[in-house]
Design a protein around this ligand. Sequence first.
Ligand SMILES: C[S@@+](CC[C@H](N)C(=O)[O-])C[C@H]1O[C@@H](n2cnc3c(N)ncnc32)[C@H](O)[C@@H]1O
Length: 397
Amino acid sequence: MPRRSERAAAPAEAALELRIESLAKGGEGVGRAPDGRVVFVPFTAPGDLVRVAVVARHARWLRGEAVELLEPGPGRTDPLCPLFGVCGGCDWQHLDYPVQLEAKRRILADALERIARVRVPDGFPFHPSPSPYGYRSRARVAARRGRVGFRRRHSHAICAASRCPVLVPALDEPLAALARRPPEPTGEWELSAGTEGGASVARVPVRDSGTHVDVEVAGEWLRVSGGSFLQANALLRERLALAVGDAAGRGGRCLELFAGAGLFTILLARRFTRVLAVESHPGAAADLEENVQTAGLDEVVEILARPVEDAFAGARLAAFRPEVVVLDPPRTGLEPPARDGLPRLGARRLVYVSCDPATLARDVAVLADADYRLASLEGFDLFPQTAHVEALAVMER
Ligand SMILES: C[S@@+](CC[C@H](N)C(=O)[O-])C[C@H]1O[C@@H](n2cnc3c(N)ncnc32)[C@H](O)[C@@H]1O
């Protein structure tokens, strides 16, 4: 963004001067226009005084692009990546890491308080990534007409890249190799790194590619095939898995919905007498079965390889009578059959892992109506430099 000394020629009638007050859930800075309307401005920081060109107008809000930074806010820093702002991968490289964490904590608390109308515990923990760069062990790279890189912001076009500072070092060479010798066909490639550095590269969709990585979590080894879900932050996923285990506690019967390749399942099976795990992706369900066998837990874990919604339509979940339910749905949260069916299972505790505060809050509101109260809340910064927020909410009745 140009500074005052490099004044850009913004169309005067469309330009506003405003102070950025906070960061919105999509990552944009938020200020107020003189008429009181909220203005969303990407790549700004709290405390910035910016001149903004308005690019979209709605009755209650405006969207703008910052054309001049008049006064920088206190939380600004220099982005590490020369592609920042062009590449669609990162929103917040211009923000100091503590500012990112504080913004995520507020976004999570706001969603729960505004949408679910529940009281959020004061000072709930928000676990930082041990490193804000070099953490990501799974990414997709696009190739087209001899170019390899990531999707540009708000576009399908490719922003050529031969390195990416958020990736773990084990993915530097696989990405550089793709960039040196761009694959012929247009498409996407999935890069994954295992715990001991082994990396896999597979064309998307990764069906039957035969690729996999081995990931160690709290002394347990998991096989995760190409195309199966892998918690991408290699530095923080163990802490998340252990927190899920601690939140679930110990006991007789634990139901796990959206189990993936078993990141939480194995730890839960060490704590409960019986675990019923539901996962619909065939590759992930096959990994889960193999991981359960490798851990010697096939007597403890029963796997339902089907959609959670179908499982709620059947009789097995109710017959299982779980004491605790652990659930880690995709960004869309729970579909109505699961949202409405979950309270009827009668569990005393729900351990909800969420990657979207808005859908978490929507589901928490429904569960609160069924007498589950929010007992604890933690945040996990699985995706530094982006606005993504991961949360662990425990509900009890
Ligand atoms: C956010 S991931 C969590 C996986 C696992 N808990 C982990 O941390 O590795 C969500 C998982 O739910 C699965 N999934 C998505 N929709 C589903 C559905 N309707 N029924 C069952 N599984 C589903 C995905 O395949 C994915 O493995």
